[in-house]
Design a protein around this ligand. Structure first.
Ligand SMILES: *Cc1c(COP(=O)(O)O)cnc(C)c1O
Length: 487
């Protein structure tokens, strides 16, 4: 757009904003399985009002906004109780799971710098199922990620293999409770014992499960220990903006003690401006997410969360049973929570995802990696629960649609060419050609994503990453010529 010479009217501004929304994923109808975790309109209204009422306050300096300091200390108090943390545990409120994980790893790196200065090239040992945020941390902070294969049937981390991967330069081990892709809980107690024996820090990524799992346990489900009740666990990440239903921008990273968290905090007095002290990555930051998370927790309450957990658990159980009853589909592993990966031995799962899309569902595609087959992923939110039987009916119908159709396999010549490519030699022009070959020009994705997902799935992870980055580099281009969108 061009900046208007004179102010637009309020009506005009909102008309334009709404017009821009036209192509967005609708999430309120319960047909979208991912991205938005919300507890319904009543809670949403309270969360939004709280967000807006603290939108402009700046959490940069907690001494001038004691309200925000209070919200954060309250939210951490709830988290340490929820995660069975001992007296002396501390934490920080962050913008999301990724920031919480980044900080846990930055803290481990700086703790190692202080306590094990001989280590020049630190590494962390993680399972192949660990969230991408660990690799992002590796990339940002120069801590090598040593990834270890998981059990091929259960998709859970293999403690002995994790132990064997530890080197002299290992500073941290980590695992998930549960993993995003398969919804299975790694054997945290065994792994933590190994970490403790090797005198390593151990982070549990409970971003998606930390809040919900204790409720599932209270409902009688067999949920293994995953939190600070296990002595070797030194830090845990838990998102309030997942299954605590706070608006996005709400996560916590909790440490067993303040001595460890000290290494997370950045302070700077070596410039001419105000002294900067940042416990987390951001400096100036809105009070909105803090107030909204605080309001959401209070609006739902313990009994509310327990009731929602019951609904979620029932939905997950019905989906796993329903999917396993569909000839041609299988659930990967045995999900212990509301995250389900569905694959097919005989059919093109990406074509099934496209078919679901045409029927108005949004389900996520996950590429094959390290023994995990390409799959259709469902993250269940409360709004999805009433749609379970409709989902299963359409899934069965889509399987029949796809059954007769020859799967689109990569042209053998193309496959050979791709196999021989050196990712570091790939020019922007070659990448544009590859994207064009599967129907991507500029920002628009074709309706049929199966060929694209098939291509991405066939590429090495390195090449796939390059291609995806090139796509995003094209996607984010200033709309300098266009008029402001107006219906
Ligand atoms: C969602 C998630 C993350 C990352 O969280 P963001 O809030 O998207 O940054 C990390 N780990 C797991 C297991 C997750 O589900």
């Amino acid at each position: 757009m061009k900046l208007p010479k004179t102010p637009l009217s309020r009506d005009d501004i909102f008309a334009r904003l709404e017009a821009c929304r036209a192509g967005d994923l609708p999430w309120r109808q319960g047909r979208s399985w991912g991205y938005v975790y919300d507890a319904g309109p009543a809670t949403e209204e309270i969360s939004k009002e709280a967000f807006m009422s603290f939108l402009s306050e700046n959490a940069l300096d907690p001494t001038v906004y004691p309200s925000l300091l209070r919200f954060e200390n309250d939210l951490i108090a709830v988290a340490v109780d929820h995660l069975n943390a001992p007296e002396g545990a501390v934490g920080s409120f962050t913008s999301g799971g990724t920031e919480s994980i980044l900080l846990a790893i930055k803290t481990a790196r700086d703790f190692a710098r202080a306590t094990r200065p001989a280590i020049k090239k630190p590494n962390m040992v993680i399972p192949t199922t660990a969230h991408a945020a660990f690799h992002k941390a590796a990339d940002y902070f120069d801590v090598e990620a040593i990834t270890v294969a998981v059990d091929p049937q259960t998709y859970k981390a293999d403690p002995q293999a994790m132990r064997a991967a530890i080197t002299e330069d290992t500073i941290l081990m980590a695992a998930s409770a549960p993993s995003y892709a398969h919804g299975v809980i790694d054997p945290i107690a065994e792994l933590a014992a190994i970490a403790q024996e090797a005198e390593l820090l151990f982070h549990v990524d409970a971003c998606i499960g930390g809040w919900l799992l204790p409720y599932l346990r209270r409902l009688g489900k067999d949920i293994p220990d995953f939190d600070f009740a296990i002595p070797g666990v030194t830090s845990i990440s838990m998102d309030y903006h997942k299954y605590a239903y706070a608006p996005k921008g709400a996560s916590v990273v909790v440490y067993r003690d303040a001595e460890l968290r000290r290494h997370q905090i950045f302070a700077c007095a070596r410039w001419t401006g105000y002294s900067v002290v940042n416990p987390t990555m951001q400096s100036s930051k809105s009070g909105g997410p803090l107030a909204a998370a605080w309001a959401t927790l209070n609006a739902i309450g313990d009994e509310g969360y327990l009731a929602i957990a019951r609904t979620m658990d029932e939905a997950a159980r019905l989906i796993v049973e329903g999917v396993n009853a569909i000839d041609g589909l299988e659930v990967l592993g045995q999900p212990e929570m509301s995250l389900i990966g569905i694959s097919s031995e005989s059919l093109d799962i990406f074509a099934i995802i496209d078919a679901m899309n045409r029927r108005g569902w949004y389900v996520q595609a996950q590429l094959g990696f390290a023994g995990s087959k390409p799959n259709l992923h469902l993250s269940i939110a409360p709004s999805n629960a009433p749609k379970v039987s409709a989902l299963l009916e359409d899934l069965a119908a889509c399987v029949e649609e796809v059954r007769g159709v020859e799967p689109e396999t990569l042209d053998p010549g193309m496959a050979a060419m791709l196999g021989g490519l050196d990712p570091s030699q790939l020019s922007p022009e070659m990448m544009r050609q590859m994207l064009a070959a599967v129907g991507i020009e500029g920002a628009s994705l074709p309706e049929r994503m199966a060929p694209i997902n098939g291509l991405l799935n066939a590429l090495s992870p390195e090449l796939c990453e390059k291609l995806l980055a090139a796509f995003f580099n094209d996607l984010f281009r200033p709309t300098r010529e266009a008029e402001p969108a107006l219906a």
